[in-house]
Structure formats: structure tokens, C-alpha cells
Design a protein around this ligand. Structure first.
Ligand code: NAP
Length: 208
């Protein structure tokens, strides 16, 4: 199957590598497409560079918006009319880095990225919050763990989005565990009790 990855920086590139290792075909785009071109060259035949963000979605069943929270709304507005028949996967934590390198939260405590992003998407969009629970390095080192796969938590209100994100999580080498609906997505984000946890499914289910 084909997944679009919009944003091929620190996290998007790790997601792309893991999905392509699992057999997924990818369409990549980034701000100026340089990082997308480098990544596609590294991955090989399984990845193509799209002309732009809208082109990345052509023929893709799902799209991962691996973007910083501050640019997410403008990219959603750019591609909104193409999202109705896609599964939209968002890993974004509501953070930014200031000129001094300090990491700042962009939303009030208690408000999650998932709830805000759901409000930015066209009504009826099939959204799953996933792939943002682990740092890129931890994501890469924990995938295809044996003997017991590590868990990736996700949140969604939509059954079809749930089925598709579970397939993507397995393709990336993890065991999917649903934490609940989008109203639970804060648990996965920075500051949430399930963020940055590498656990197997028994422990994961006991934490839900
Ligand atoms: N990095 C992590 O370890 C990690 C872990 C968990 C969650 N997350 C979340 O994942 C998201 C991405 O983080 P990151 O660390 O990967 O950020 P990043 O390294 O800065 O990468 C951001 C990517 O977004 C692309 N981009 C910016 N504006 C764009 C636009 N208008 N259209 C298309 N692409 C655009 C950039 O393109 P260029 O490459 O062309 O500049 C870059 O590829 C964040 O919301 C973060 O909270 C990150």
C-alpha cells in the first residue's frame, strides 16, 4: 500500500525508513523537497518524491503529517480538500523552540495537540494521533524488537482510521495499542503518562 509522508525531517525520515523496511510504498514531500529527495535516494525504489504536498497525496491511502505543530494548520489548509478519502495520521507534539533553544509548549496545559488538530481538519476526516509518542532515536531502536514487540500507542475516534493506523504501526515493526478516542490523545503527547514509554503489550494494556 502507499502512504504519503509530508515532512521528512527528524521524525518523518525515521517513520519513512521503518515503513519502507516493512514493505510500504511512500510518497514524500517537505518544505523545499531537498530532505525528501535525500531520503528517497536513501530508501530506493519504495519511495518517490512528490512535486509538492498536494501531489504527495495522489494515490496514497494514508498520509502522515510529520510536521512541527506551528506549520501544521497551514499545511492542512493547503491539502484539506484531498483528505476526505485518506486516513490522516498526526504525530505532532504542541511544542516549539525559541531563539535561545528553549522548548516551549504552544497549548495550555490540559489541551492536546490531537483535540486542536481534529478541529483544523475538514468535518469527517479520519484522524489518528500516532507515531509521536517516542523520540526518533527511541522509535528506531525499539522497532522490530524481539522476542516481544514494543508497543506504539494511538488514539482515534474512527474505526477505519484505527484499522489503518494499526496496519501502519505493525508495518513499522511495533504492536499497536489504542489508548482511546482523540480526547485521550494528551496521554501520548509530551507531558502525558504514556509518552516516551517502551513497553510490551501486557504492560501497555495494564496502563490503559
Ligand atoms: N523528532 C522527534 O524525535 C519527534 C518525536 C516525537 C514527535 N515528534 C513530532 O513530529 C513533528 C516533526 O518533528 P521533527 O523533529 O521531524 O521536525 P523537523 O526535523 O523540523 O522536520 C520538520 C519537517 O517538516 C517539513 N516542513 C516544514 N514546512 C513544511 C511545509 N509547509 N510543507 C511540507 N513540509 C514542511 C520540513 O521540510 P524541510 O526538510 O524541507 O525543511 C521538515 O522535513 C513535530 O510536531 C514533533 O513534535 C518529533
Amino acid at each position: 500500500m502507499t502512504t504519503a509522508i509530508v515532512g521528512t525531517g527528524g521524525l518523518g525520515s525515521v517513520i519513512a525508513r521503518q515503513l519502507s523496511s516493512g514493505g510500504e510504498t511512500l510518497r514524500l514531500s517537505s518544505a523545499n523537497n531537498e530532505s525528501a529527495r535525500r531520503l528517497a535516494a536513501e530508501i530506493g525504489r519504495a519511495a518517490v518524491v512528490a512535486i509538492d504536498n498536494r501531489d504527495a497525496l495522489q494515490g496514497a491511502h494514508a498520509v502522515v503529517l510529520a510536521l512541527r505543530f506551528a506549520v501544521l494548520k497551514s499545511v492542512i489548509d493547503e491539502i484539506a480538500d484531498l483528505l476526505t478519502d485518506k486516513i490522516v495520521v498526526v504525530p505532532s507534539n504542541p511544542l516549539t523552540v525559541d531563539a535561545q533553544g528553549n522548548v516551549l509548549r504552544l497549548l495550555p496545559k490540559g489541551q492536546s495537540s490531537g483535540e486542536v488538530v481534529a478541529g483544523w481538519l475538514p468535518a469527517g476526516t479520519r484522524l489518528a494521533m500516532a507515531f509521536g509518542t517516542l523520540s526518533g532515536a527511541l522509535f528506531e531502536s525499539s522497532s522490530n524488537r524481539s522476542p516481544e514487540s514494543a508497543v506504539l500507542f494511538y488514539a482515534t475516534d474512527d474505526d477505519r482510521a484505527g484499522a489503518e493506523v494499526e496496519r501502519l504501526i505493525r508495518t513499522a515493526g511495533f504492536e499497536p495499542v489504542k489508548v482511546g478516542g482523540i480526547e485521550q490523545s494528551g496521554r501520548l503527547e509530551v507531558g502525558g503518562d504514556l509518552h516516551d514509554l517502551v513497553v510490551g503489550s501486557t504492560e501497555a494494556r495494564s496502563l490503559i
